[in-house]
Design a protein around this ligand. Structure first.
Ligand code: ZN
Length: 297
């Protein structure tokens, strides 16, 4: 049996797994994301311990250089995350393992995982968004993960603001972009409590959150015409947020996009991930498989 290594690299934690696929795991490990040497070193040690491997798939936070013809292919681009700018992620693994390595963003990876085993099954064009420590969006167009200029950065969309919300936002690049006002840290900053501890502020927080997310998904519907949008991440556990976001999305679209998927309230259109928090690690397996087939991203 082919044995793969899979990595879901998040800004807060790294998840590594070894197995033939997400339904047949031989070993997994989860640990906090610290500096690149320690964080990647732990993954390499884990893969050595549970090898040999036939391929490795890495779905990680970025921004990333995903252009296979670039001299810095596989590196992390300029990022506010301390110590990670310029990190050669692929090099760290290719110097330790002589196997094909697939590499893509955490959200493109998650989209591939959902397409194989979850809420994206049977779809050629759809989007996956995660709303957590950061906000990221990736997806699949015509059956392939979305790339292009670099890769989508849907978390940094600039959107109308809720008229009652004076919060300045916290994105170091844009202030009040989507991630700047709607990520987990933005909620904590804005309301003085983490999204799971908002108490009596929950309703108002959900209203503001859904306002931003609703505009974001509406804009994505208009720009990319996805067959479905899968939206997950820790913040989406706020009670009523998914339902409220659907309403705001439809309001923002103003009845213009004429599709049966939207007229019924969008319940089957804007959905939670079917794989829960396992979308990313599942996607790492798809990336490993793609690497064996000669596709490096
Ligand atoms: Zn931003």
């Amino acid at each position: 049996m082919t044995r793969y290594g899979s990595i879901e690299g998040g800004g807060t934690k790294f998840v590594c797994a070894v197995g033939t696929g997400p339904e047949d795991l031989a070993a997994t490990i989860t640990y906090p994301t610290t500096n690149p040497e320690e964080t990647l070193g732990r993954a390499i040690a884990f893969f050595h311990e549970h090898g040999p491997l036939d391929a490795i798939g890495i779905a990680t936070f970025g921004p990333l250089d995903l252009d296979p013809s670039s001299t810095t292919y596989g590196h992390v681009r300029r990022t506010p995350k301390p110590g990670w700018s310029g990190t050669d992620v692929i090099g760290a693994f290719s110097s330790s393992f002589d196997v094909p390595i697939g590499f893509d963003t955490d959200v493109n990876g998650a989209a591939l995982g959902e397409r194989r085993w979850g809420a994206g099954r049977g779809l050629d064009t759809f989007i996956y968004i995660t709303v957590g420590t950061g906000i990221g969006g990736g997806g699949v167009i015509g059956g392939e993960p979305m790339h292009g200029l670099i890769h989508p950065e849907m978390g940094h969309l600039r959107l109308p603001r809720h008229p009652d919300d004076p919060y300045a936002g916290r994105c170091p690049f844009h202030g009040d972009c989507l991630e700047g006002v709607a990520s987990g840290p933005a909620i904590e900053d804005r309301w003085g409590a983490r999204s799971e501890d908002l108490g009596s502020k929950t309703e108002r927080a959900v209203e503001f959150e859904a306002f931003s997310l609703g505009y974001a998904v509406a804009d994505l519907v208009l720009a990319l015409s996805p067959e479905r949008i899968i939206i997950g991440g820790g913040v989406m556990h706020l009670p009523g947020l998914l339902e409220e976001t659907r309403l705001r999305m439809l309001e923002a679209l103003g009845g213009y996009v004429d599709s049966p998927a939207l007229v019924d309230g969008g319940e089957a259109f804007l959905v939670a991930p079917a794989l829960g928090n396992r979308s990313g690690i599942s996607g790492g397996f798809v990336l490993a498989e793609r690497a064996v087939a000669g596709l490096r991203r």
